[in-house]
Design a protein around this ligand. Structure first.
Ligand SMILES: NC(=O)c1ccc[n+]([C@@H]2O[C@H](COP(=O)([O-])OP(=O)(O)OC[C@H]3O[C@@H](n4cnc5c(N)ncnc54)[C@H](O)[C@@H]3O)[C@@H](O)[C@H]2O)c1
Length: 429
């Protein structure tokens, strides 16, 4: 497994739990040292235990030595990062191509290279060209295996996927992939073989569709507010239609995280390169970007239109619960717009504060929700962590200067918050 970040580590741990022998490689020596000492570089429920068990069983190990790990492997997975390239939004493939070159130089026998990183259409073709460039005699199949892992539910997603998409026309590579994934399709996860370019596109199409669904319900929420309708009921009303489905219909402050923002941009870039614009996704990206700061304005409005000198408690900083991932989190734009308006911000998050501190220095970080709210003029729920779902609202209100609550995740029934003495606003209700 080349790259022991979020995807590589979870995949490596799960593969070893299937009984495969796995070596997780990373360039980052501190990450490997931490893993060898049993310390997880990311927060993911259940991962530490899974790693511990499989290391103890001798099936999982960690190294910085790519050459030794690749030699003799039946399959080599690439799980390195593909961030947005600065300036144009194209996926930056530097790490993928570097890894491919290193793997090419390290291969000792027939093998299969499998790209789990999210990569634009045609990346597998370039990988093949790189391999031939390094050694025209290499006996290697190149496969696309787009990964679907949700932060916070990654182990369940890996072991019980809705589908396994495998992109290759090479019969031997197909067989290796069947062997590697056998425990999953014994569990009846459907396996879908496609061409490599199709598989590469499936990942982007799926993420763009989900980002569109979120953005759709967010705009419907705005309309609900304007016309006096309730977006939660609208979501239920349309989600119970099997053709639509209830997932990804929760109105909120906009999508974030390590995938949707960069993958929608990369899809648009591919579409532009091939002169087939996807205007619906262009709109999704624009609407989502402007929504995050609009949420800051919503808080300012709840404070009476002026946040100068006010203190705001922000509950939840990560882009969603059960992760410490702060990448493109809506909290970043919301906090910045509050600071720009002259407010001070006190924040709490169960897992994200360590990383948040490196990204937002002028925030005061607190031990829990009550400490964050003490003396504040408004409390804003940005991420729906479970611990914010059953707050003692009366206790919270009692510590606040002017109890205003802005609930950007519709966690509470309005009447309950208002009974506790808050002026309350939420999303689309
Ligand atoms: N995070 C998710 O939920 C998720 C889900 C599905 C797909 N993906 C995709 O998977 C890919 C990886 O994402 P991630 O979140 O795991 O990234 P990450 O940044 O957490 O991890 C990537 C790791 O690869 C290492 N690396 C880079 N080049 C290397 C090399 N040549 N040799 C060894 N190690 C190397 C880095 O040091 C880093 O630790 C991305 O393309 C992403 O879009 C991510």
């Amino acid at each position: 497994m080349i790259g022991s970040g979020y995807v590589g580590l979870v995949s490596g741990a799960c593969f070893s739990d299937f009984g495969h022998d796995v070596i997780c490689v990373d360039k980052d020596a501190s990450k490997i040292a931490a893993l060898e000492a049993g310390k997880m570089p990311i927060f993911e429920p259940g991962l530490d235990k899974l790693v511990e068990t499989n290391v103890a069983a001798g099936r999982l190990s960690f190294t910085t030595d790519l050459k030794a790990a690749v030699a003799g492997a039946d399959a080599v997975f690439i799980a390195v990062g593909t961030p947005s390239r600065r300036g144009d939004g194209h996926a930056d493939l530097t790490y993928v191509f570097e890894a491919t070159r290193e793997i090419a130089a390290a291969i000792t026998g027939p093998t299969v290279i499998v790209t789990k990183s999210t990569v634009p259409v045609g990346t597998g073709d370039t990988d093949v060209a790189i391999l031939h460039d390094v050694d025209p005699g290499l006996d290697v199949g190149v496969v696309s295996k787009p990964e679907v892992l949700r932060d916070g539910a990654a182990i369940g997603d890996f072991t019980r996927p809705d589908r396994i998409v495998i992109g290759t026309d090479d019969a031997r590579a197909q067989q290796v992939m069947r062997d590697v994934y056998r425990p999953l399709y014994l569990n009846e996860s459907p396996i879908l073989f496609t061409g490599r370019r199709t598989s590469e596109l499936i990942k982007y199409a799926a993420n763009a569709f989900l980002a569109t669904k979120i953005t759709f319900i967010n705009e419907i929420a705005d309309l609900c507010e304007a016309v006096g309708a309730n977006v939660q009921d609208v979501s239920r009303g349309i989600g119970l239609d099997n053709r639509i489905g209830s997932k990804f219909l929760h109105a909120g402050p906009g999508y974030g995280g390590s995938c949707f923002p960069k993958d929608t941009l990369a899809l648009l870039k591919t579409a532009e390169d091939y002169e087939t614009p996807i205007r619906i996704v262009e709109a999704v990206v624009q609407v989502n970007d402007s929504r995050k700061r609009a949420m800051g304005r919503k808080v300012i409005q709840a404070l009476g239109g002026d946040a100068k000198g006010k203190a705001v408690a922000v509950l939840g900083l990560t882009f969603k619960p059960n992760t410490d991932d702060m990448r493109d989190a809506p909290s970043l734009a919301i906090v910045q717009s509050l600071l720009d308006a002259g407010a001070t911000v006190r924040a709490h998050d169960p897992e994200g504060m360590e990383i948040a501190k490196t990204m937002m220095a002028s925030v005061t970080y607190c031990g829990d929700a009550y400490e964050a709210a003490a003396g504040a003029d408004a409390v804003v729920i940005v991420t729906e962590w479970d611990i914010y779902r059953a707050l003692d609202l009366k206790r919270l209100a009692a510590t606040m200067a002017g109890p205003v609550m802005v609930d950007l995740r519709n966690v509470y029934p309005p009447a309950e918050v208002e009974r506790a003495g808050f002026a309350y606003s939420s999303i689309g209700r």
